[in-house]
Design a protein around this ligand. Structure first.
Ligand code: F6P
Length: 320
């Protein structure tokens, strides 16, 4: 049984990370285990920016977006020397195990650190992209999707008023999940995702036909991995001759107070991570499968590519 653990967030922040940190911290303290917070992701590990946390350190954070520990993308951690320095900083403080909350890049780093040093590590999937293999859910994806939906609702008002085509580019890196679920739930006519080839000529011919039949406006959701919104919008305007406007939500979709789903799921995952790590388990990621918390092998999670559910792609085509 471990007596001292640490928790950190890494990579892009996501709403609900605070709820996960809080759950890890309070679960550990409840077990009589000391818990340290590492500031600024792997940077903080390498620079020794860590502090022992008490219950009050995680008060008043469950409702906040971002991560109160801070996060970063750290190039130095990609070298064996960097990782050894980070490991030494952990050992010097008596830290025996680590919970890493982050996306696939951060979990990959965690997997290498554990292989090289043997330090027990449990990962939690924290990213708005919902692209971690083995889990149907990642912390923050629900809030981000709701933020996008709010934008889509507003864009529909103005698109309808002007009978325009509106293109909205959303995040997701190489994953089309955010675009797909928000496109379906926002009633978009076209959803462009990296997982599916699309033909802009065909789409534009179809758009023209729709307008001729009396359609008032058209909404296109583009995943950043499927193309740049401004380029897609320009091409559509040229090919259809219709007034087209483009919005790129950018980092607005990463922030904001976490949804109930993100808070509850992050809390459940945080508790599982702390208990597993304390009991001596390592090299696992906790995620969700059909609504239940499941553990996934860390190596598998970072070495497999999650696929976009084909059922969603099929449904989007029927409903458009
Ligand atoms: O992985 C989360 C994410 O928001 C991606 O959707 C996006 O491509 C990327 O991070 C943006 O990263 P940064 O905040 O470093 O610009």
């Amino acid at each position: 049984m471990l007596k001292t653990i640490a928790v950190m967030t890494s990579g892009g922040d996501s709403p609900g990370m605070n709820a996960a940190i809080r759950a890890v911290t309070r679960t550990a303290l409840h077990q009589g285990v000391k818990v340290w917070g590492i500031r600024g992701g792997y940077h903080g590990m390498l620079d020794g920016e860590m502090f022992e946390m008490q219950s009050k350190d995680v008060s008043d954070i469950i409702q906040r977006g971002g991560t109160f520990l801070g996060t970063a993308r750290c190039k130095r951690f990609n070298t064996p020397e960097g990782r050894m320095l980070g490991y030494k900083n952990l050992v010097d403080r008596g830290i025996q195990g680590l919970v890493v909350i982050g996306g696939d890049g951060s979990l990959r780093g965690a997997s290498i650190l554990s292989q090289e040093t043997g330090i027990p590590i449990v990962g939690l999937p924290g990213t708005i992209d919902n692209d971690v293999w083995g889990s149907e859910y990642t912390i923050g994806c629900d809030t981000a999707a709701n933020t996008i939906i709010d934008a889509i609702n507003k864009l529909r008002d103005t698109a309808s008023a002007h009978r325009r085509i509106i293109v909205l580019e959303v995040m997701g890196r190489n994953s089309g999940w955010l675009a797909m679920v928000t496109g379906i739930s926002g009633g978009a006519e076209y959803i462009l995702v990296p997982e599916e080839e699309y033909d802009l000529d065909e789409i534009c011919a179809d758009m023209k036909e729709q307008y001729d039949k009396g359609k008032r406006y058209i909404l296109v959701v583009v995943a950043e991995g499927a193309g740049k919104g401004y380029e897609v919008g320009k091409a559509i305007m040229e090919k259809t001759g219709r007034d087209t406007r483009v919005s790129k939500l950018g980092h607005i979709q990463r922030g904001g107070s976490p949804s109930v789903i993100d808070r509850v799921n992050a809390s459940k995952l945080g508790e599982h991570a702390a208990l597993a790590l304390i009991s001596g388990l390592s090299d696992i990621v906790f995620g969700f499968d059909r609504g239940h918390v499941v553990s996934i092998n860390l190596h598998d999670a970072v070495n497999n590519k999650k696929k976009l559910n084909p059922e969603l792609i099929r449904l989007s085509k029927i409903l458009a």
